[in-house]
Ligand binder design. Structure first.
Ligand code: NAP
Length: 267
């Protein structure tokens, strides 16, 4: 029985046990996915000496930076300085960040109409935005806009080759965007919505929200009312998990309607 899990503080809210439990069953894998609570003061020690019982782990808030400090980073983990998927290889622990991959895979699966040659506009400049901006950059023009403009500028500079604009300019750039992504926490149950005039977007634009609780945020509802393509945040969560499963068990798992329904039932 191979053991994997998610390291965080707290981790009780994680949906990953449901996702991995579904794939264990689907692919007949003898595995167990556990919640691994690690206090912030113990994180460096934990990742420096990842206990042998774990075949690999996912890492969530607030430990993604600590994980990246102690493993051999690959791909976006190198640029971003965060790792959320760790695996063992050749006697060492390796890590990457799968959030950007998860976002793009979800977009490709759920919004085949996405035209990456138009402006890809990302609102927000936190951890999730950084992963998304870095992933979108290889597809075309990317612009990041954030309430705190200095963070948008810093993120654009860190990733390189990315534009940024001030919060006040957001309404004006909508007309050029083929993709609008809400990568802020606005729209989550209990928070204010991200209020934008989505009617200013081109008619073929895709609106994606990475918030998945609720599944249809006020932004997505407004976009749907304008007959725009919409992508909710659950796809990103499910697709980012495929990276760990493939690393640990050698199978690229499917993200299908049955898996989605199981996770929706937990929201
Ligand atoms: P974070 O690092 O804390 O960043 C939060 C972002 O939201 C910042 O850009 C912040 O702007 C902005 N923001 C917060 N309150 C705001 C307000 N009142 N008005 C305007 N902007 C506001 O968080 P994160 O880790 O990037 O996560 C962001 C959201 O994505 C969360 O809801 C999280 O649950 C979700 N998420 C989803 C997935 C998925 O798989 N679907 C994965 C990761 C995260 P300032 O810089 O101005 O504060």
């Amino acid at each position: 029985m191979r053991k994997v899990g998610v390291v965080g503080w707290p981790v009780t809210q994680s949906r990953s046990p449901v996702i991995f439990g579904h794939w264990f069953e689907r692919y007949g894998v003898e595995g167990r996915y556990e919640l691994i609570p690690v206090r912030p003061e113990d994180a460096d020690d934990f990742f420096q000496n990842l206990p042998a019982e774990w075949t690999g782990v996912n890492v969530t808030i607030p430990h993604k930076e600590a994980a990246a400090r102690h493993v051999q980073c690959h791909g976006p983990a190198l640029t971003l300085g965060v790792a959320n998927t760790l695996w063992r290889q050749g006697g060492a622990v390796h890590g990457t960040s799968s959030d950007g991959h998860g976002f793009v895979a979800s977009l490709k699966a759920d919004a085949p109409a996405w035209d990456p040659s138009m402006l890809n506009l990302v609102v927000g400049a936190g951890g999730a935005s950084a992963a998304i901006v870095a992933a979108l950059k290889s597809f075309g023009e990317v612009m990041v806009v954030n309430r705190t403009t200095s963070r948008a500028e810093a993120l654009a500079e860190k990733i390189g080759g990315v534009q940024w604009a001030s919060w006040d300019a957001l309404g004006d750039v909508l007309g050029k965007a083929g993709l609008l992504v809400n990568a802020t926490s606005l729209g989550m149950t209990g928070t204010a919505p991200l209020e934008l005039d989505v009617s200013r977007l081109p008619k073929n634009a895709v609106v994606a929200d990475i918030v998945y609780n609720p599944l249809e945020t006020p932004l997505l509802a407004a976009a749907r009312a304008q007959n725009l393509f919409t992508v909710d945040g659950l796809g990103m969560l499910l697709h980012q998990a495929t990276v760990g499963f493939e690393r640990w068990f050698g199978i690229a798992p499917d993200v299908d309607a049955e898996l989605r329904a199981k996770v929706v039932a937990t929201l």
